[in-house]
Design a protein around this ligand. Structure first.
Ligand SMILES: [Zn+2]
Length: 210
């Protein structure tokens, strides 16, 4: 993907996420790692349905802003994901309603927040750890994420929202959308007896699809 194509893909994804109610106001941010090691990132204080390909923040490999508008205030979350995952080509962070709702539940397992409801959740998200609450932009939040990213490409920030890395922008988007829909299913099923996939079924998926 060339830089021009990446700029257009970020804007298309932002508009699509906004149109489907997965992001709102000026929440949510998207980034892509470019072949030269630098990054494209959505700017601060802009709605994802109003992105201009020419005004996306362009950062170098050290995270220094080179061109475009000022990057999102949550840029450090993206940096930590890339630093911890050499295979990460894109990162998407949302304040999507159902994922945030699940992050607030009192009785979730912080080591793995959602049950394996469907095969696609297991394949695209896998285990989802909860990152303890810290104020947005707090250095301790980035450090808490850093401790998890070597083992997880998706994390859920408590009382805040999910951060997901993917090998490509479409992979990151597919995973965070799967996470949001699984959170919605989990809430729909609240109070009912359920049959999530068994440990054997989950292990079989992991051996078959990695
Ligand atoms: Zn956020």
């Amino acid at each position: 993907m060339t830089e021009t194509q990446a700029r257009e893909a970020i804007c298309r994804l932002g508009a699509s996420l906004f149109a489907r109610g997965l992001t709102f106001g000026s929440s949510g941010n998207i980034s892509v790692r470019l072949p030269d090691g630098g990054y494209l990132m959505t700017p601060t204080n802009v709605a994802l349905d109003g992105l201009d390909p020419a005004r996306l923040s362009r950062l170098d490999a050290d995270g220094t802003a080179l061109a475009g508008d000022q990057p999102t205030k949550e840029a450090v979350l993206h940096r930590v994901m890339y630093e911890g995952r050499a295979d990460a080509g894109a990162v998407v962070h949302l304040h999507s309603t159902h994922s945030v709702a699940v992050s607030v539940l009192a009785d979730i397992d912080p080591a793995d927040v959602l049950p394996p409801i469907t095969a696609y959740y297991v394949m695209r998200v896998g285990r989802l750890p909860l990152v303890p609450y810290y104020p947005p932009g707090d250095a301790a939040l980035a450090e808490a994420v850093r401790r998890l990213v070597g083992r997880h490409h998706a994390v859920l920030l408590a009382n805040h929202g999910p951060v997901v890395a993917g090998t490509s922008l479409s992979a990151a988007a597919g995973a965070i959308e799967e996470l949001e829909e699984t959170a919605r299913l989990h809430l729909l099923l609240h109070g009912r007896r359920t049959r999530p996939l068994t440990a054997e079924q989950v292990a079989e998926l992991r051996s078959r699809f990695g």
